[in-house]
Write a protein that binds this ligand. Structure first.
Ligand SMILES: Cc1cc2nc3c(=O)[nH]c(=O)nc-3n(C[C@H](O)[C@H](O)[C@H](O)COP(=O)(O)OP(=O)(O)OC[C@H]3O[C@@H](n4cnc5c(N)ncnc54)[C@H](O)[C@@H]3O)c2cc1C
Length: 307
């Protein structure tokens, strides 16, 4: 009998674990989606290279997951390997004298901000209310209030399946509004980022952090699972306002609903499916386009099933 490729993959990895047919619902903030054929919790760069050698031999797809706070997983799940960065990728090294902090990509944004505060460095407090990882913040060029990740990023360490582990300056990559060329879907896997911060008084960091958290509590839905903004703001417009003016706030398809609090959020009221979320996406797009001729572009990343 032919051996299961996932068992074979496990034998090639020294520190990382491979789980077969692993449910992904709990790995993403929307709590929607089918299982991963193989969910790999990665614990070393050596294992990452071994994994790519393995999937290359078998032409299997690879999907990168951060904290799953801006993704939609298909109901049928994901074929191939879904990668997550494990504990080995959650470090921060701050250099207060130089004003820099180097964070591994698996560190959460909140832990990054807190550890920078302990070193007397501030500037990226906008990240506290963005529930992702540093890798996801670089990949998506996450931003809010007065900050955007690319503005602070100086250098990156990433994995390129053709070249292995690489170091480069941030200016070698393209960053745009909620987009970068340092993303899993561009074939680049972020391992760490070095950020330029500034010395900041503890009370100022705390005050900034609190202000952003308060703003979130007041303006964004907290009662149901969601993945943040579904659409990018089109130039000169706010997606939430356009969807609201199209009369879709609160509109529901099954258990997926355009949030009653913020029309650019889709919430999972209980057992929503990816198909229901995508039906709401289509409805919002078509209705807004018909009304005022503006095309809504997705911010949420719809992970491909993998063929
Ligand atoms: C309540 C809520 C509020 C939010 N508010 C904001 C906001 O104000 N501003 C904002 O910008 N976003 C916001 N988001 C969206 C989301 O938190 C950000 O996009 C975040 O940066 C995604 O990080 P993640 O680790 O969860 O990545 P994931 O959602 O897991 O992945 C997102 C994309 O990044 C890729 N990726 C993840 N890690 C890596 C890596 N190490 N290397 C290469 N590619 C990688 C994935 O393949 C995927 O394409 C919000 C989300 C929620 C749920």
């Amino acid at each position: 009998m032919k051996a299961d490729w996932r068992a074979e993959l496990q034998t090639r990895l020294t520190a990382s674990t491979v789980r077969r047919d692993a449910p992904l619902k709990k790995a993403v903030t929307l709590r929607i989606g089918g299982p991963a054929e193989a969910l790999v919790d990665l614990e070393s760069e050596g294992d990452l290279a071994a994994l790519f050698e393995f999937v290359g031999e078998r032409a299997l797809p690879v999907h990168m997951l951060g904290k799953g706070s801006n993704v939609l997983v298909p109901d049928a799940g994901l074929r191939g390997a879904v990668l997550r960065l494990g504990k080995a990728f959650r470090h921060l090294q701050a250099d207060a004298a130089q004003g820099t902090a180097t964070a591994s990509a698996g560190l959460t944004n909140a832990a990054f901000v807190e550890q920078c505060r302990l070193s007397g460095l501030g500037g990226m407090e906008y990240l506290v209310a963005i529930p992702g990882s540093i890798g996801g913040a670089i990949a998506m060029n996450a931003g809010a209030h007065d900050g955007e990740t690319a503005a602070f990023l100086e250098a990156v360490r990433f994995f390129d399946p053709q070249r292995g582990v690489c170091q480069a300056l941030a200016k070698d990559f393209a960053f745009a509004y909620r987009h970068s060329t340092l993303c899993g879907n561009e074939g680049r896997f972020v391992l760490a980022g070095t950020f330029r911060l500034r010395p900041m008084a503890d009370r100022e960091i705390r005050a900034r952090r609190q202000r952003y958290q308060q703003w979130r509590r007041e303006h964004q839905p907290r009662d149901f699972p969601n993945c943040g903004s579904v659409f990018k703001n089109p130039p000169g417009h706010f997606a939430a306002k356009l969807i609201d003016e199209a009369g879709l706030k609160g509109h529901r398809i099954g258990d997926a609903q355009i949030s009653e609090k913020h029309a650019n959020f889709i919430v999972n009221r209980r057992d929503a499916t990816a198909a229901q979320v995508l039906a709401l996406v289509d409805l919002a797009r078509e209705t807004v386009y018909r009304r005022i001729g503006v095309t809504l572009e997705l911010e949420m990343q719809v992970l491909p099933l993998g063929s």
